[in-house]
Design a protein around this ligand. Structure first.
Ligand code: HPA
Length: 246
């Protein structure tokens, strides 16, 4: 029985450590997910995997059908969702290539479908989102990261931007003042939709680059790719350890 789902982000469209059993195409009331759900086994556990940007990495962050993705994962029986996401580092302690397990979110996105509670309602629903990452799953994830003997940052505020462009240096300075430690384009509405569906949700972020203006010069795709491939090795170690704890 699948209990854990993994949403792979940029740099993690495939999980080679997953023994693939089958792929399942799901049609949801909210449209198509980013691709089929891949069912497999990892460290003795059943896992459902989906590539957030599609298996060919063609869906940009603002076009991802987050509602369909989360719905699809719930409908295959997942109760826990681990999100992997590339981010830019704002906090100087988060060097490119390193990992963080964020514990807060500030949402700067707009125009995205960000709730399941908007049509055919019998009453207006306001879900609690004080702690946007599930405490239990995040605590287990921290333990898994410790067990993998990698260095990682425990906590941090994820600022979710609209994209697909990267930010200006001034936008990053504003986000820093707001308290953001890292910036990414997919953390919302993914986290809140998981909460609305009653799924446990936690994230591992990989520093792909220094956020705009933190260091002099432009951000290049080459640097992003190099840092992501360095960090994904550690992500896979943490996932392996997580499977032993859940
Ligand atoms: N900004 C927003 N999203 C990102 C970045 C960034 O600098 N790097 C990777 N994802």
């Amino acid at each position: 029985m699948t209990t854990i789902a993994i949403i792979g982000g940029t740099g993690l469209t495939n999980l080679e450590t997953l023994d693939i059993l089958r792929k399942e195409v799901l049609h949801t009331p909210f449209g198509e997910a980013s691709g089929p759900v891949t069912h497999g086994r990892l460290a003795g556990k059943d896992v459902a995997f989906i590539a957030r940007h599609g298996y060919g990495h063609t869906i940009p962050p603002h076009k991802v059908n987050y509602r369909a993705n989360l719905w699809a994962l719930k409908s295959v029986g997942a109760t826990k969702v681990l999100a992997v996401a590339a981010v830019g580092a704002i906090n100087r302690e988060l060097t490119p290539g390193s990992l963080a397990l964020p514990d807060q979110i500030i949402d700067y996105t707009y125009g995205r479908k960000q709730t399941y509670f908007e049509e055919d309602l019998d009453h207006v629903t306001h879900i609690d989102f004080t702690y946007p990452y599930s405490l239990d799953l995040r605590t287990t994830l921290v333990q898994a990261a410790k067990n993998s003997q990698i260095s990682f940052y425990d906590g941090g505020t994820y600022g979710a931007t609209q994209g697909p462009r990267l930010e200006t240096a001034a936008e990053i300075q504003r986000m820093k003042k707001d308290g953001c430690d890292m910036v990414g384009m997919t953390g919302m509405p993914e986290a809140v939709l998981a909460r609305e569906l009653g799924l446990s949700y936690a994230a591992i972020t990989v520093m792909a680059n220094w956020a705009a203006g933190i260091e002099a010069g432009e951000i290049t795709m080459e640097d992003i790719q190099a840092n992501l491939s360095a960090g994904m090795g550690d992500v896979k170690k943490v996932i392996q350890q997580l499977m032993l704890l859940i």
